[in-house]
Design a protein. Structure first.
Length: 134
């Protein structure tokens, strides 16, 4: 939920928001009713989901994966099989702008070959495409 508390299943309905599925790689036990994520990370996830719904044309978010107890990275798993890697230590707005510019650079024709986009290093975008699909 919006406080980062573990709830059953994914996509849980709140008062006027549907929460996305978020998986957390944790060294501790995650239990129902216990906070698993800092509130700031939950807000970041909700912002990312809102931004993707508004601006991203190449697939929908399947789920978010928080990569460690440090809450410093997030991997967005897209419904059409590729991933987007982001750093929670850098501006998400800047990374989203970089992502949209990268999308333009890749072009619609090659988006179907996409394996991942990595934006974790500031001012860089690393893209992996399946060259055999060309």
């Amino acid at each position: 939920d919006e406080e980062g508390v573990v709830v059953a299943g994914g996509g849980v309905a709140g008062e006027d928001i549907v929460y996305p599925s978020v998986y957390v790689a944790s060294s501790g036990d995650l239990k129902l009713g216990v906070q698993a994520l800092p509130k700031e990370v939950v807000q970041d996830v909700l912002l990312l989901e809102k931004t993707f719904k508004a601006y991203w044309a190449f697939g929908t978010i399947e789920y978010f994966y928080i990569t460690s107890d440090l809450f410093d990275e997030i991997v967005i798993h897209m419904s059409n099989g590729y991933q987007i890697y982001l750093s929670l230590e850098h501006s998400l707005q800047k990374q989203m702008n970089d992502l949209l510019l990268t999308e333009e650079e890749i072009g619609e024709g090659k988006m179907s070959t996409l394996k991942y986009i990595d934006l974790r290093i500031e001012n860089r975008a690393y893209v992996c495409c399946d060259l055999e699909d060309n």
